[in-house]
Design a protein around this ligand. Sequence first.
Ligand code: NAP
Length: 294
Amino acid sequence: MRVAFLGLGIMGGPMAANLVKAGHEVSVWNRTPKSIEGATTAATPAEAAKGKEAVWVCVSDTKAVQSVLFGAQGAIHGLESGAVVVDSSTISPSASINIMEGLQEKGCEFLDAPVTGSKVAAESGSLIFMIGGAVHNIERVEPLLRAMGKKVIHMGENGKGLSAKLAQNMNIVFMYEGLCESLTLARKLGVAPEKMFELIEASMIRSGVAEYKKPFILNQDYSPNFPLKLMHKDIHLMLDAARENDVKLPGLAEIDKVIYEEAASRPGFDDLDYAVTIALLEEMAGLRTKAKVS
Ligand code: NAP
C-alpha cells in the first residue's frame, strides 16, 4: 500500500520500519528531521500524505495529533478524499471524535488504533491494536496492521479503541505500583528483590508487567521504553475521562499525587522510563538517598 507515517519516536520509528520491511511504499515525516531506511522522507505532513491510501499517526499527545493533521502544514492539506487516517497515539477519546469529524469534512475515513506492547513489540512487529471505527476501514488497512502487530481487537465505534487503551493502561499503572510497593517493603524487611521475583514467578501473582520490568528493576535501568511523561499524560487522560463520566478513581488519583506528580517535579525524570518510580519509593523508605536519574 501507499502509506505515510507521521511521528518516528520510540514507537513510530520501528512501526514505520516494519511497514517498509513488509514491502509497502512508505513516506515518513517527523517534527525533528529523521529518516527510515527504504522510506522517502517528506518535508511536511501534507507532503507525506499526498497521494497516499493511508496515513498513520503516532505522536505524543492530543495537541501533537491536532497539529500534524490540521496545522498549517498538516496532513489535511495533502490528503485525498477517500484516504483513511489511522491514529496510534494515546490521546483523549473525546478529542479523537472531533478529529474524526474534521477529517470527515475532507471526505476521509478515520480509525483510532492505539497500541500496547511498548518498544519491544513495536520493534518485533508484535503490537496489539485496539481499534475504534468501522470494520470496512479496518479491513482496508489490514495489510498494514499485519506488518506491525500480532493481534487486532475491534472495540466498537470511533473512540472505543482509546477508551479501551486508557482502561488497559490503568491496569499497568496499578500492577507496576503494586509490584514496586511490594518489592520496597520486602527490601526494607531484608528480602532481596531477586528472591521476591522468584516467588512472584512461581505464584498466582506472576504477570506480564513483572516479567517485562524485572530486568530493568534489577539493573536499575530506567532508559525509556515508555517515558514517565507519557504514562503521566495517560494518567491524566484516565482521570479526565473518569470526571467526564462520573466515575471515581480514588486509587489512581492517589498514585498520581504521591508518585507521578513528585516524579515529574524531579529534573530529568520525565524522559526516563516510568519504571523509575520505584526509585522514589525506595527513597521514601530510606533505602537510598535522593533518587538519581542515571
Ligand atoms: P516518543 O518516543 O516520545 O515520541 C513522540 C513523537 O511525537 C516524536 O516523533 C515527536 O517528535 C512527536 N511529537 C511530539 N510533539 C509533537 C508536536 N507538537 N508536533 C509534532 N510531533 C510531535 O513517544 P512514543 O513512545 O513513540 O509514543 C508515541 C505515542 O504512543 C504516545 O501517545 C504514547 O502514549 C503511545 N504509546 C507509547 C508506548 C511506549 O511504550 N512507548 C506504548 C503504547 C502507546 P520529535 O521527535 O520532534 O520530538
